[in-house]
Design a protein around this ligand. Structure first.
Ligand SMILES: [Zn+2]
Length: 324
């Protein structure tokens, strides 16, 4: 193979978020190819209905944690690969684990978790390969922090209606309660996961060895066998990967008598947040207060914490002149 460097594969550490249909394909390929170390994170258990497309699992794995079952199977496939598993949520994994990895491969099934991981990878400067399946369709997006490729947040490919499903405005039922009543279902087939998982693995190998050009965003239609490549460019004003706000911070213009609940509602709409918490100094700001009462000013930036971002968003609230 021209320009092949196996040592770059065997020295690499890859983080895999979610071991479902795509995760099974990607890990089987990478482990067979002799990847150095694999970190698998998944808090789910194997269900009988998974077995038609999650090929690492067997009948006897039903009800067992996916991460553990996957590790056993992968170690049989290639005992020399170091496989570390976390039967936890991605948000609970120490930041040092992320920073020790060369690349993150994600096949998470909620937009919220994907956005959180995107924000973590951009913060850590780690390339992210994100893949998804829906019926006979699939997509792969490659995000390389610091390059001109878009991150998940740069281009709103998540439909507005789906964002609204995820977003909770203050006063609405809390997100967790709603999740229980509207459980998301993403039907998928093994044929499509084989194609998409194969492409994700190919992009992983390309990035690790330094071959070719990363794809950006690729959409696949399994019924027409058509691939559509979309040239998604990074947005300088993206609140996750944009350079602009790192220098100036995000600014928000408001009147001093605006209620915190109103401020949260507006920030949720602007940034697609699910249930933000605002912090000034070391205190969580009470919803019933006004901006002035909460002592928020241009000199005291607020930090917004939310399930869709790994790091707090720093916002400087600028009071409009007539309200001061
Ligand atoms: Zn971005």
């Amino acid at each position: 193979m021209p320009n092949w460097d196996q040592s770059k594969i065997s020295k690499a550490t890859v983080f895999l978020a979610g071991i479902g249909a795509l995760g099974c394909v990607v890990t089987e390929i990478l482990v067979s190819m002799g990847i150095g170390k694999l970190v698998i994170v998944d808090f789910d258990t194997v269900e009988l209905s998974n077995l038609n497309r999650q090929w690492l699992f067997r009948d006897e794995d039903v009800s067992r944690p996916k991460a553990l079952a996957a590790k056993e199977r992968l170690k049989v496939l290639n005992p020399s690969v170091d496989v570390i598993v976390f039967n936890q949520k991605i948000e609970d994994i120490p930041e040092s684990v992320y920073s020790s990895c060369d690349l993150v491969v994600s096949s998470l099934d909620t937009f919220e978790a994907r956005r959180w991981l995107n924000s973590m990878c951009v913060h850590e400067g780690i390339p992210l390969i994100d893949g998804g399946l829906y019926q006979f369709f699939g997509h792969v997006q490659v995000i390389i922090p610091g390059s001109d490729l878009a991150c998940l947040e740069c281009q709103p490919l998540i439909p507005e209606s789906r964002l609204q499903q995820v977003c909770t405005l203050p006063g609405e039922p809390r997100r967790k309660e709603r999740e229980e009543t509207q459980k998301e279902v993403f039907p998928s087939v093994g044929t499509i996961s084989a194609v998409i998982g194969g492409i994700m693995s190919q992009e992983t190998v390309k990035l690790l060895i330094g071959l070719g050009t990363p794809i950006g965003y690729l959409f696949y239609d399994g019924l027409s066998q058509e691939f559509t490549k979309i040239d998604l460019k990074r947005r300088l004003d993206c609140f996750v990967c944009g350079e602009r706000w790192k220098l100036d911070e995000l600014r928000y213009f408001a009147e001093g008598d605006e209620k915190i609940s109103e401020l949260k509602k507006r920030l949720s709409l602007i940034y697609g947040l699910s249930d933000p918490t605002l912090i000034v100094g070391t205190k969580i700001v009470d919803d019933k207060m006004t901006i002035t009462e909460a002592e928020i000013s241009e000199h005291a930036p607020i930090f917004v914490i939310d399930a869709t971002v790994a790091k707090p968003i720093r916002i400087r609230v600028v009071l409009t002149p007539d309200s001061v």
